[in-house]
Design a protein around this ligand. Structure first.
Ligand SMILES: *Cc1c(COP(=O)(O)O)cnc(C)c1O
Length: 231
């Protein structure tokens, strides 16, 4: 028998946890006002997205196209609309999903191949993107290889996209193992003079901030464990 999942937290609890995340950013040597907190609502229903907004969070991150669109539709309910959400797309992205997402995504964080660059440029001209760099050398994880970065930055710029920086996911496990990859990503962002470094999740936030994160993507430490994915 499995335990019933805990009820989703209230807005007051999420606001408190968001403050704790900002305190952690400050203790790790970051400027909480200069590190954007992306609240990762993937895996939860639209009510958790509403809770996040009620807690004052404005940047929401999603990994699955259908889930993002379902939340957008729910948040647009005429009797109870929620405005001013900035949606970040974080997950592996199939080219054929871009068209469905294009009206809603404020920042495409998981752009990692030429076909995806071209499709986003076609469906969402001049969109803001981050290129995802694979920091773990595990091929099943998303992200381009570091040596593919120059060509991909060039293609994205030539396609009219606004390349704001890079996103990376550290290998799972001991957070200290995250450091070399984060440092490599930050060095590449410096080399290309790109402002955004989206590194750091619940488990490796401090390492990411110490390495120079400008954006952290936090799910579990705001909302608790995600419900298991069906299927
Ligand atoms: C799920 C996910 C996150 C959030 O992870 P937590 O461990 O819940 O904080 C951040 N970034 C990406 C790309 C993710 O897939």
């Amino acid at each position: 028998m499995t335990d019933a999942p805990l009820p989703p937290p209230t807005a007051a609890i999420v606001a408190l946890r968001a403050q704790q995340v900002r305190d952690r950013i400050a203790r790790a040597g970051g400027d909480p006002a200069g590190v954007r907190l992306v609240a990762v609502t993937k895996g939860f229903g639209p009510e958790v997205a509403r809770t996040a907004i009620a807690a004052g969070l404005v940047d929401l991150g999603e990994n699955y196209a259908q889930e993002l669109v379902a939340k957008v539709e729910d948040l647009a309910r005429p009797e109870d609309p929620v405005r001013d959400v900035r949606w970040h797309f974080l997950g592996r992205l199939q080219t054929n999903k871009v068209r469905h997402l294009a009206p809603f995504v404020a920042l495409w964080q998981s752009v990692d191949r030429p076909g995806l660059v071209r499709e986003i440029a076609k469906r969402a001209p001049e969109a803001s993107i981050l290129l995802q760099i694979n920091l773990s050398a595990e091929p099943q994880k998303g992200g381009c290889a570091p040596d593919e970065v120059p060509a991909l930055v060039g293609l994205a710029r030539d396609s009219g996209l606004d390349v704001q920086g890079f996103m990376g996911v550290a290998p799972a496990g001991d957070p200290t193992l995250a450091r070399p990859g984060f440092e490599q990503l930050v060095a590449l962002a410096d080399a290309f003079e790109l402002p955004e470094r989206s590194i750091g999740m619940s488990g490796d936030l401090e390492v990411a901030v110490a390495c120079g994160a400008t954006m952290v993507r936090i799910g579990r430490d705001l909302f608790g464990d995600r419900p298991p994915r069906p299927g």
